[in-house]
Design a protein around this ligand. Structure first.
Ligand SMILES: NC(=O)c1ccc[n+]([C@@H]2O[C@H](COP(=O)([O-])OP(=O)(O)OC[C@H]3O[C@@H](n4cnc5c(N)ncnc54)[C@H](OP(=O)(O)O)[C@@H]3O)[C@@H](O)[C@H]2O)c1
Length: 253
């Protein structure tokens, strides 16, 4: 640990989900540049290898998982920690938006969003707190969204899922404080990634411009989120738990 710089991640081992794309990929690349060793997680191994090539430093690993396949996340994470070292941090950036008007939303569509965004968060938190999986003084960061706090058309499932994530963070923070684990989330506004591209394809250029105008500082970049994650993982945030750090270019304001 670098005592001179409380934001340093030197020597930390961090598991990053969603590392094959967008925010998760940039989080992994940035954290590695700050001295962390990363275990990259998603479904697409080729895209994970692409992220791996962009990492600074050495000792990084790839672990493939599909949260929709009902995996035993606890056994999987225990094995990862045993093969390497226990984790100092977990960043959960895997997620889906899957916009759909209420009239067209089936129960299976709803459940896909809930499994990917909510059940995975619960399973990862439960897995991370196991003996031998995390270090003492560790930190969990879930990626929520401003959609936890406000609504937009066609995002019923997504908004509900992110609201659940933010409530989960508070309950987990209170319960896991005695185990030395801090639990927080970052709540971004619209960030330029594949997810935002899909939204543009769905709503069209004009609507996307209207959404951008709701962000006084414009749309964000994955790096804007990565820097906030860096803070929450680092010793600088040792007194911060149970909170949602909004990083949204002024959208909620
Ligand atoms: N972009 C935005 O505007 C924005 C705004 C607010 C919040 N967020 C949140 O930020 C997070 C990342 O979003 P993003 O924009 O980076 O999205 P993205 O580019 O679409 O990336 C989503 C990631 O989730 C992984 N993933 C999806 N389903 C999975 C599953 N069943 N099992 C394992 N991994 C799965 C994908 O990897 P594979 O396909 O390889 O599995 C990919 O790495 C999400 O939680 C999102 O809700 C995004």
């Amino acid at each position: 640990m670098n005592n001179l710089n409380p934001f340093s991640l030197q020597g930390q081992h961090v598991l990053v989900t969603g590392a094959s794309s967008g925010i998760g990929r940039e989080v992994a690349v940035w954290l590695s540049s700050q001295g962390a060793r990363i275990t990259l997680v998603a479904r697409d191994e080729q895209r994970l290898k692409d992220t791996h090539r962009r990492l600074a430093g050495e000792g990084h690993a790839i672990a493939v998982i599909d949260f929709l396949a009902d995996p035993d996340v606890s056994a999987w994470m225990k094995k990862l920690a045993k093969e390497s070292t226990p984790f100092n941090g977990l960043v959960h950036a895997a997620g889906v938006q899957a916009p759909m008007p209420i009239r067209a939303t089936s129960v299976s569509h709803w459940e896909k969003i809930m499994s990917t965004n909510v059940t995975s968060s619960f399973s990862l938190i439960k897995a991370f707190r196991q003996k031998g999986v995390c270090q003492s003084d560790s930190s969990i960061v879930l990626i929520s969204s401003v959609m936890a706090k406000v609504g937009e058309p066609a995002l019923l499932g997504y908004c509900a899922s992110k609201g659940a994530v933010e409530s989960m963070v508070k309950a987990a923070a209170v319960e896991l404080a005695r185990e030395g684990i801090r639990v927080n989330c970052v709540a971004p506004g619209v960030v330029k990634t594949e997810m935002a591209d899909s939204l543009k394809d769905l709503v069209g250029v004009d609507s996307m411009e209207a959404i951008e105008q709701k962000h006084p500082l414009g749309f964000g970049t994955p790096a804007d989120v990565a820097y906030a994650v860096n803070y929450l993982l680092s010793p600088a945030a040792r007194w911060v738990t149970g909170t949602a750090l909004v990083v949204d270019g002024g959208y909620l304001a």
